[in-house]
Design a protein around this ligand. Structure first.
Ligand code: DGL
Length: 266
């Protein structure tokens, strides 16, 4: 059995594209509907109530669009609002978050000291530490909020001296001393992956969260016999507030003929 309905993917901005790109690469027949909530960005600085309200509105929108699955491609929405998102989606829609598959996988690997960098709201929730320790009580997890990175990326300053200076400052933080692995706990951060590798001089293993999460999408859709059959896929992009940088990043990731639709949900 196949199910050719779309997979919904959402984030506060361009970050979720790093996961949508991986869905496109590994599941080339799947239709994707992407929602970037640029009107309310950055989520990482908002209250749990606000993040939950935005996330539930987007979930309802993707449900109206008849998505068979929703990938919550935002760590901040996952760590603060996953229960409300699942409730809004209902039982018939598969909801896949970006934290639990990564936490489970790294917990069973030979890692001793794992660093997590993420938004303030994700770090304050302690979601990674809690999820990893559910599976492995011995691994040390150190968490650091790096709130300047999202605005740097959304304003188009990735791979510039500005991003380099911000990263060098954050990653020199004492908390991260001696880590063997790092989780980029915000979906925006893979856009800085090369620079992060350079700062660590290749000595720290960067966990490939998009790959782990999309493998989970494949597993869950496969188990429910909901993978798409052979078709030429469509990619729809909705933004709650138009930004040039989103278009630039989306074109780089998905090809030149990207159509953006502005869609305010409230
Ligand atoms: N990309 C989001 C995340 O994974 C949040 C960025 C933000 O809006 O602060 O946490």
């Amino acid at each position: 059995m196949n199910d050719n309905r779309p997979i919904g993917v959402f984030d506060s901005g361009v970050g979720g594209l790093t996961f949508a790109k991986e869905i496109k690469r590994l599941l080339p027949y799947e239709n994707i509907i992407y929602f970037g909530d640029t009107q309310h960005l950055p989520y990482g600085e908002k209250s749990k109530e606000a993040i939950t309200r935005f996330s539930v509105d987007i979930t309802r929108f993707l449900k109206q669009k008849d998505c068979k699955a929703i990938v919550v491609a935002c760590n901040t929405a996952t760590s603060n609002s996953i229960d409300a998102i699942k409730e809004a989606a209902g039982d018939a829609i598969l909801v896949i978050d970006v934290i639990s598959p990564v936490a489970e996988k790294v917990a069973y690997e030979l890692r001793e000291r794992i660093g997590v960098i993420a938004t303030k709201a994700t770090i304050n929730s302690g979601a990674y530490k809690k999820s990893i320790r559910k599976y492995n009580k011995h691994v040390k997890v150190v968490e650091l909020a790096t709130p300047l990175l999202v605005p740097v990326i959304e304003e188009g300053f990735a791979n510039t001296p500005i991003s380099k200076a911000v990263l060098e400052t954050y990653l020199a933080n004492k908390k991260l001393e001696g880590i063997d692995s790092i989780i980029l706990g915000c979906t925006h951060y893979p856009l800085l992956q090369k620079e992060i590798e350079q700062v660590f001089e290749g000595k720290v293993d960067i966990i490939n969260s998009p790959l782990i999460v999309v493998n989970q999408v494949i597993y869950q859709l496969g188990r429910e016999e909901k993978l798409a059959g052979k078709q030429i896929p469509t990619y729809e992009f909705y933004l709650s507030d138009y930004t040039d940088n989103f278009l630039k990043v989306a074109k780089r990731f998905f090809g030149k003929d990207i159509q953006l639709t502005e869609k305010r949900l409230n």
